[in-house]
Design a protein around this ligand. Structure first.
Ligand code: AMP
Length: 285
């Protein structure tokens, strides 16, 4: 039986009872196979996995979809329950704070802010304050749960790098593991926001994954092909649905690829108000 905790006090009591090594998967809920892949990996690595479900107000801009973000706790718990049964002798503890004050006490006046390019370009430029919201909530959750390892999807590639940076800067003894993007058969990366798309949008949205694959093919693992790939990017960007489409260093997100061993092609394709995020890594030599 999955244990569901809704207050910070319950969480601390539980966590302090068994100071054993735990894995941790932070999410905003409305679970799909992407989230489940993180949970499965955590369950294969640890006997006890903490799984948080919290739609974090701090990472949404004032015009964004915080209010309409899908909240499906019952359905999520049923999925987790079913999965837990498949892993004998393993335990999942779901932390789904009943109110934001469980994470941010009244008068909360802290921000964990990873400064510099990594958080200020791309998503950081389009969504000011977004990564501050992410690093602040992840820090709070890390501090409460004190996991040995936390699992993040590479779907949110920049977020993954920001969190790794935070952990490194603050000397947090937590291993950050990035997990592959889970996609629909069509290539569309799974996202809780895909349900905002109409059938027509879903067809158009395939441009996103197809373009990333096309660029990967053009690069073909060779540094000398990057220029050609960047020319293709320029042509592609004539379609105004792209928020951005860029080839950057996979570790630093720098545009200087002179010494890069791996690049990442990062993109956001926007349909209506829905921004679809995707990326693809390419090793080069
Ligand atoms: P979210 O609930 O959207 O905040 O996502 C929670 C975690 O699941 C994050 O680490 C995401 O990167 C990860 N995630 C979301 N979608 C996918 C996907 N399609 N494949 C793999 N991981 C994902």
């Amino acid at each position: 039986m999955v244990l569901l905790l809704k207050t910070t006090q319950e969480l601390l009591t539980e966590r302090n009872k068994d100071k054993i090594k735990v894995g941790f998967v932070p999410t905003m809920g409305n679970l799909h196979a992407g989230h489940i892949s993180l949970l499965k990996r955590a369950l294969s690595d640890y006997d006890v996995v903490y799984f948080s479900i919290f739609v974090n107000p701090k990472q949404f801009g004032p015009q964004e979809d915080f209010n309409r973000y899908p909240r499906t706790l019952e359905q999520d718990l049923a999925l987790i329950e079913a999965l837990e049964k498949e892993y004998q002798n393993k335990k999942v503890i779901v932390f789904a704070p009943a109110r934001a004050e469980e994470i941010y006490p009244p008068g909360f006046a802290q921000t964990v802010s990873v400064r510099g390019d990594i958080s200020e370009i791309l998503e950081g430029a389009i969504r000011p304050g977004h990564f501050d919201g992410v690093s602040t909530v992840v820090f709070q959750l890390f501090d409460l749960i004190k996991p040995q390892e936390a699992y993040f999807g590479l779907k949110d590639y920049q977020q993954y790098l920001v969190i790794k940076h935070m952990v490194n800067d603050l000397l947090l003894p937590i291993k950050i593991t990035g997990m592959p993007i889970i996609r629909e058969e069509s290539g569309l990366a799974l996202s809780s926001r895909n349900q905002y798309l109409s059938e027509q949008d879903k067809i158009v949205s395939l441009t996103l994954s197809k373009t990333l694959l096309k660029l990967k093919k053009l690069i073909d693992g060779k540094k000398e092909n990057l220029e050609m790939a960047n020319q293709e990017v320029e042509q592609t960007l004539k379609d105004k649905n792209w928020n951005y489409l860029e080839i950057r260093d996979a570790d630093t997100l720098s545009t200087d690829l002179t010494n890069s061993k791996e690049v990442t092609i990062l993109a956001v394709y926007q349909l209506g108000t829905t921004r679809l995020l995707d990326n693809l890594q390419v090793t080069i030599s």
